[in-house]
Write a protein that binds this ligand. Structure first.
Ligand code: HEC
Length: 493
């Protein structure tokens, strides 16, 4: 059985980029019946139970026939398994997939197509800072002291497109199969370990919805599929691994649609396939379910013995959960950068869980400050990111809301070059937002929650005073002016 590593050599340089796909449906359609044939294990789950509606996500990868056969035979007879292989080949022809992705190197949704270099989170976080320095000159060089500078810095921040900006966070591969070595024993992957099965008596309704989608895969039908899955598959009685698997399946529905339409790299603050779902972001949800499962042991996760054998042969479980949480949070955030359409939960919307993950699963301090600053800039400037009528929005205009919930103090790097880069950037992001807040209150004479605004201002100023002493006096003066403005303003929320 070929190891994933063997494939890398054959691919050479090209494999470092996401290959461009040529997807043009041909007239001949492979028969989907084999893809939906119930298997003999896992309650009769079919390939279609855990994989995408037609298997497009397998077809676009260079999985060896031997790999497809090996996986299929766990579920189906030898003859049927060969039919599945033929089906995948037929699908590649139908979709005219000419440039297959490498299953080891390609990581779905990885921003910019590959991970920044570095062996540790700290090395990759520094690499992220160095990448940002060229794109955000006003936030990285010198000090932001005037409103004019703050506005230019914010415009630079809004111009950056995080989907194309390489990050230091390794996104999950499509498949982590222990057959390729114990380093591939992990649940930090896209595919569901536990079948997110639609109940038997509703299966025909489900496949009819899949058929409608496959006949005309438009956004409305994708949304219908996700909505129907939410209705038919109830996670309330599942254990954590089942819940995570169900979330992965719904995220897979979104991603396979982006492969189909070649929209994976579309630079958007809010992806329309996510926005349609109304406070439910299927990609973010995988990270959220991982967050809720943090600290569980295999038994507590609901991992059966066979799955334990496959998934506990290498990376410790706690680390797998960490890799899940941070990667899916970053990926989910890329699809809704204001985080206001992702959930009803305030701690999600204000970036608290995201900040916690970027700290505890790294730490990635520069990523953390950048994500919070970008989130605030999007929320302050892009009405599409708001999701609900403005009257119900809280703290949207509170520029001071970009603090990282204390993690910005905790994760200050020790290495001098890294530390200077981090402190210069963080202090400038904070000064930028204090100046923008001041301008907003002077213009509107309104704030969202006086107490909150004042405590946010104090946290930002505190950081600047502690880590950039030469600008302490200017920060104290700004705080005094802001406090007076907040006191005199009208409270909105
Ligand atoms: C219970 C859900 C489930 C079902 C049903 C299922 N798969 Fe998978 N499949 C997975 C998971 C999870 C992985 C990732 C590897 C792992 O966790 O062992 C995977 C991985 C794969 C891979 C990639 C293997 C590699 O080398 O990395 C292929 C190919 C595959 N499945 C094909 C199939 C086919 C064909 C069927 C139907 C006969 C099928 N699967 C049914 C969950 C499922």
């Amino acid at each position: 059985m070929p190891a994933y590593g063997a494939r890398d050599c054959a691919l050479g340089m090209r494999a470092r980029h996401i290959p461009r796909l040529q997807i043009r449906p041909s007239a001949i359609s492979p028969d989907i019946a084999i893809w939906r044939k119930p298997g003999r294990i896992q309650g009769g789950a079919a390939c279609a139970t855990c994989h995408s509606p037609d298997g497009i996500e397998l077809a676009v990868y260079r999985f060896e026939d031997a790999d497809i056969l090996r996986r299929a035979k766990q579920h189906l007879s030898d003859d049927d398994s060969q039919q599945v292989v033929d089906y995948i080949h037929g699908l590649r022809t139908k979709l005219n997939v000419t440039d297959l992705r490498d299953p080891d190197l390609d990581r779905p949704l990885q921003p910019g197509g590959s991970i920044l270099p570095g062996k540790t989170p700290a090395e990759r976080d520094l690499a992220f800072g160095l990448e940002l320095r060229d794109l955000l000159p006003h936030l990285f060089k010198g000090r932001i002291e005037t409103l004019g500078q703050a506005k230019i810095a914010e415009a630079e921040l809004l111009k950056v497109q995080p989907v194309n900006l390489k990050a230091g966070i390794p996104f999950n591969r499509l498949s982590e199969d222990v057959a390729h070595g114990s380093e591939h024993a992990s649940i930090a992957q896209w595919l569901p370990e536990v079948p997110p099965a639609v109940p038997q008596d509703q299966l025909s309704e489900w496949y009819a919805a899949e058929d409608r989608y496959l006949a005309d895969p438009n956004e409305e039908r994708l949304h219908d599929l996700i909505f129907l899955h939410l209705q038919l598959v109830n996670k309330n009685r599942m254990l954590a691994l089942g819940v995570i698997s169900t979330a992965k399946y719904r995220a897979l529905l979104v991603w396979q649609d982006r492969i189909r339409h070649r929209t994976e790299r579309d630079p958007l603050n809010v992806a329309s396939d996510v926005a349609r779902n109304g406070n439910y972001n299927p990609i973010w949800e995988v990270g959220e379910e991982a967050r809720q499962a943090m600290g569980r042991d295999p038994h507590g996760l609901g991992m059966d013995e066979e799955t334990q054998g496959k998934k506990l042969a290498g990376t410790p479980l706690a680390e797998q959960l960490s890799q899940l949480r941070v990667a899916w949070f970053w990926a989910g955030w890329l699809s809704d950068q204001g985080l206001f359409k992702t959930s009803h939960d305030d701690k999600t919307r204000l970036g608290m869980w995201f900040s916690e993950s970027l700290s505890k699963d790294g730490p990635y301090p520069i990523h953390n400050v950048f994500a919070n600053a970008r989130r605030q800039a999007v929320v302050s400037n892009d009405p599409v990111a708001w999701g609900e009528p403005l009257a119900r929005k809280r703290r949207i205009w509170d520029f001071a809301g970009l603090r990282s919930f204390g993690f910005e103090f905790r994760d200050v790097p020790a290495d001098p070059e890294y530390r200077n880069l981090y402190i210069g950037f963080t202090a400038n992001c904070f000064r930028m937002n204090l100046l923008l807040l001041k301008e907003a209150i002077e213009r509107t004479h309104e704030v969202w929650g006086k107490l909150n605004t004042k405590s946010n201002i104090a946290a930002l100023v505190d950081f600047i005073k502690r880590f950039d002493p030469p600008s302490a006096d200017a920060a104290t003066k700004l705080q005094r002016e802001l406090t007076a403005l907040v006191d005199a303003a009208k409270q909105r929320g």
